[in-house]
Design a protein around this ligand. Structure first.
Ligand code: IVH
Length: 666
């Protein structure tokens, strides 16, 4: 418990310090000590106090991150010192040649010590602190001039708004803004559920999030930042790169990790080892290592070429790429009618999988690539990211131009392009393809979890006109199901039992399942905590906006859904069908057996799906996480567990078998 402070001023400062501490533990130490909900409660208390005492406002209060202002329109900012780039090399011979050049250019008798850091695949950003306060954030741009993204960078909890005493008078810190794979996937799931185009990879997602008109969206994306260099350091400048990194950490600035080596052979051996033993545990995209001469006096001596420093080199892993030919382009219709072009390519093996279709996202992407059917293309698949076409490597002699369809490939209705939007859409609300996607989403595991209602069952039900909206699922009969291909007796019973069981799914699941635009899993959870169904049917946009995470656009979409005839009818029919739509119980039970414990599941479990195991942990008051850190209490290892086990061993986190975990369950 925070002790009660006598004056509001003192309480405000204590709250601000506490929140800064949580930001530090979350982003710098990767070891949070409070839940998101507890953090939100502290922030709400801070904002309440600040509203009651406007005279005690402070520009660098953590509350300023969520003030909801509008981002500046990304005005150009000239960098005080140009932001150069590094020379790239992909093979050992180049790296050895670079090492020889470094040695030759150092004074006789001197040898370099190399610091080797992950090359983070994010976007570079320069943060200017004056007198310890963050005054500007800028993207790299062309290296001379970047864009002012200060309002948005202030939303990034990993970026301190204020540095402690002892900070340089002026600091222009450079680093990478990036996103973890786990956060990227969450954002994309929400984007897809909200009927938006998913992002191609974490870098694009991070870049899109930093260059947002609405800083609240930036705030919701959990961007990370790691410092890797600086342009200006006025006052007590460090004398080596390792000292710079350590000083950053002392100032509460997240800094990149680095290893020291005296010999280039050791660097090369580390490069080989890093890819399999370190990189997988990092949880974010890294495309190589950066080798830097540690000593700044030596760096100055080596200097720069026109484009890049002689003291540093990027040693990159080749991206996992393959070439193939585009055989055709098909159009797939999403839940909200968005039409996505998909390139069908001659099957090709790349990064461990056979790729035969690659999403093209939208028609702008086709234009950017200048793609035609018949072209030979370079395909890239990085880590867990969906494959993409990088470029055309050989144009077809008589390539076929790809044009947007005029009619929906599924229902033949006219295709429209909304003002100011990139996507083409099928304008028919009863389009069977949209209905199929809607039903698939409704039945999906995080929604109503009706496993028997998979793609093929949905296809048949829609084709036969047995289901015209999600409420119809609840009037299906055994006779109807037995009439369908693939439905034998037992299978029909199973599906009906699953449909019956889904009636008790809590309101958060139902809200997610309904596929209301802009409402993903997380928003559905927050809404269900606050409102019951009747509350939602009657909520104004204003009421909805009082919920954290719900901005004006989301509120508008929710209010429109519940005010519409279709929305009202759907809710009534679901109720009549017997759906309880009860408010979810608070997940964390005080004094629960797993309270304060964090579990990470890895590998394949035999008695549970990973999601079920995580649900059990949460129901018992524990937390489930996707990545191992020093805060992890246990790693539960199933069959074929991999990098997370290694990380657990490295950090000394206890590892349990599935059996041992089961024994812990009441
Ligand atoms: S040092 C002269 N260290 O890679 C540039 N850069 O081509 C000195 N990057 O745009 C930068 N990880 O944003 C440095 N550990 C790292 C890095 C890194 C990623 C980016 C950087 C720059 C590009 C260099």
């Amino acid at each position: 418990m925070r002790p009660r402070k006598a004056s509001p001023e003192a309480e405000l400062e204590a709250l601000r310090a506490e929140i800064r501490g949580h930001d530090r533990r979350y982003y710098l130490l990767d070891a949070p000590t409070v839940s998101d909900a507890e953090y939100d409660a502290l922030m709400a208390r801070l904002k309440g106090l600040e509203a009651a005492h406007p005279e005690l406002a402070s520009a660098d209060s953590p509350s300023r991150r969520v003030s909801g202002g509008v981002a500046s329109d990304f005005k150009p900012v000239r960098h005080a010192v140009p932001m150069l780039s590094l020379d790239n090399s992909y093979d050992e011979a180049d790296v050895r040649a670079w090492d020889e050049r470094v040695r030759k250019n150092l004074p006789p008798g001197q040898s370099p010590v190399y610091l080797v850091e992950p090359k983070i695949d994010g976007l570079s950003c320069a943060l200017t602190y004056e007198g310890g306060a963050l005054v500007r954030a800028a993207t790299r741009g062309d290296g001379e001039t970047g864009e002012d993204v200060t309002a948005n960078a202030r939303q990034v909890r990993a970026i301190p708004l204020r540095l402690p005493d002892g900070a340089p008078k002026r600091l222009e810190l450079r680093g990478e803004v990036y996103m973890t794979f786990a956060d990227f996937e969450k954002v994309n799931e929400d984007e897809k559920r909200a009927g938006h185009e998913p992002f191609v990879n974490p870098r694009n997602c991070a870049a899109g999030s930093l260059r947002q008109k609405d800083p609240r969206i930036t705030a919701s994306r959990r961007l990370r930042f790691l410092a890797h260099s600086y342009g200006v350091w006025e006052g007590g400048e460090p004398s080596s790169h390792h000292e710079f990194l350590a000083r950053c950490r002392d100032l509460g600035l997240p800094a990149n990790r680095a290893e020291r080596f005296a010999e280039i052979d050791a660097v090369i051996a580390y490069f080989a080892r890093f890819k399999d033993s370190v990189m997988p545990g990092l949880g974010f995209a890294v495309d190589g290592l950066v080798i830097k001469v540690d000593d700044f006096a030596q760096q100055r001596r080596l200097g720069f070429t026109a484009k890049s420093p002689r003291w540093g080199l990027a040693f990159k892993y080749p991206a996992q790429q393959a070439t193939s030919t585009v055989a055709s382009v098909e159009f797939s219709v999403g839940r909200t009618g968005t039409i996505t072009p998909v390139a069908k390519v001659k099957p090709v093996f790349c990064a461990g999988v056979t790729i035969s279709s690659v999403t093209l996202h939208n028609f702008e992407e086709i234009g950017r690539l200048g793609l035609k059917v018949g072209d030979r293309v370079l395909i890239e698949r990085a880590g867990e990211v969906i494959p993409k076409i990088v470029k055309v490597v050989e144009r077809a002699k008589r390539g076929k131009t790809i044009v947007p369809p005029e009619a929906c490939p599924d229902c033949g209705s006219p295709v429209i392009k909304e003002e100011g939007r990139v996507a083409y859409r099928c304008d028919n609300p009863s389009c069977p393809a949209q209905l199929r996607r809607t039903l698939e989403h409704f039945a999906s595991r995080p929604a109503m979890d009706i496993a028997g209602l998979g793609d093929s069952a949905v296809d048949q039900l829609v084709a036969r006109g047995m289901v015209k909206d999600v409420a119809d699922v609840y009037s299906l009969t055994k006779e109807q199901l037995l009439d369908l291909e693939l439905f034998a007796d037992k299978k029909a019973d199973n599906l009906l039992a699953q449909i019956e069981a889904s009636k008790t799914k809590t309101l958060d699941r139902v809200l997610n399942a309904l596929g209301i635009r802009q409402v993903g899993e997380k928003t559905a959870e927050t809404l269900a905590e606050r409102f019951d169904v009747d509350g939602l049917l009657n909520a104004s946009e204003e009421d909805l906006q009082s919920v954290s995470d719900v901005g004006p656009i989301v509120a508008k979409s929710i209010a429109a859904f519940f005010a519409s005839g279709t929305g009202k009818r759907l809710v009534r029919r679901l109720r009549d069908a017997g759906l309880t739509m009860a408010k979810p119980e608070k997940k964390v039970v005080a004094g629960a057996p797993f309270a304060g414990k964090t579990f990470v599941f890895t590998g394949e479990l035999s008695s549970f799906t990973r999601e079920e195991a995580e649900e059990r942990v949460k129901a018992l008051g524990g937390k489930a996480s996707g990545s191992v850190s020093s805060k992890t209490s246990y790693v539960v290892a199933g069959e074929a567990a991999g990098s997370k086990l290694r990380k657990a061993a490295e950090l000394g986190v206890p590892v349990l078998t599935e059996e041992q975990f089961k024994e812990m369950l009441p």
